[in-house]
Ligand binder design. Structure first.
Ligand SMILES: C[S@@+](CC[C@H](N)C(=O)[O-])C[C@H]1O[C@@H](n2cnc3c(N)ncnc32)[C@H](O)[C@@H]1O
Length: 234
């Protein structure tokens, strides 16, 4: 696709799916390189904020190649990972040696899973990709048990101007170079900056969590809000 993957019209989900199907084999490698391996640490932080305990049931939406699902399972949880990209799910299944993790294909906006079913519902780097982020938060809320936790990890929007400028410059001009080198597809990685520009990030997610009735809504900021983790309790 020559002109880029971001679209604000009804073709958005289709394009996002096409993007992740295309980059799946190199997704983990580029994640390591573009984040200087830090994404692994941020995903562990996400899981530790969930305060998981053995035997709980967790759902990881937009699970991709399974990092967060595997981390949850390492804490003794029964985990379902859901994603709409068949190629990403194939990579997740190839990596899967944990008996407590299962992956399934589905739409994070309409999972068709039972309501009030999960102790923990996570979404890492997924919400920004949905055609309707509020619908994604609502679906997380529907699936979470009363008293259960919802957690969202994603790129954030720093409030300190110079840092925001530097960070957005990195995302806009340097990150696509990884896409060009490793996937022959710079637009696939230019998409991170494009999608972030159209996403209300940490403050919008916190507001939506409050609006739908979550308690103990909190924003955890990493590297001056370059990354953020939103937490809410149903
Ligand atoms: C940036 S990747 C994140 C993968 C993984 N959570 C991680 O942190 O490495 C975004 C994932 O969201 C999935 N995705 C985007 N929109 C989706 C939707 N509507 N339903 C299900 N999965 C979706 C993509 O297929 C992709 O695997």
């Amino acid at each position: 696709m020559a002109e880029g993957y971001f679209s604000s019209d009804e073709t958005r989900a289709e394009r996002v799916q096409e993007l992740f199907d295309a980059i799946a084999p190199r997704y983990d490698l580029i994640n390591d390189l573009q984040s200087f391996w830090l994404h692994r640490h941020w995903k562990r932080r996400l899981v530790s904020l969930a305060q998981p305990t053995t035997g709980q049931r967790a759902l990881d939406l937009c699970c991709g190649t399974g990092d967060v699902a595997f981390e949850l399972a390492a804490h003794g949880l029964e985990v379902t990972g859901l994603d709409f990209s068949q190629s990403m799910l194939e990579c997740a299944s190839e990596r899967n040696s944990a008996p407590r993790v299962s992956f399934q294909r589905g739409d994070a906006l309409n999972t068709k899973l039972s309501e009030n079913h999960f102790d923990i519902v996570t979404m890492a780097y997924g919400l920004r990709n949905l055609s309707n982020f509020e619908g994604g938060v609502q679906e997380m809320h529907r699936l979470t048990k009363p008293g259960g936790k919802m957690l969202v990890l994603d790129f954030g929007k720093p409030t300190f101007g110079p840092w925001r400028w530097f960070y957005f410059t990195y995302l806009k001009w340097l990150v696509p170079v990884f896409g060009r080198i490793f996937c022959s597809d710079a637009p696939a990685y230019a998409y991170i900056h494009e999608s972030l520009e159209h996403y209300p990030a940490q403050d919008g997610v916190a507001k939506t969590m409050r609006d739908i009735g979550c308690r103990e809504v909190a924003i955890h900021r990493i590297l001056g809000s370059a990354m953020t983790i939103n937490v809410g309790v149903k």
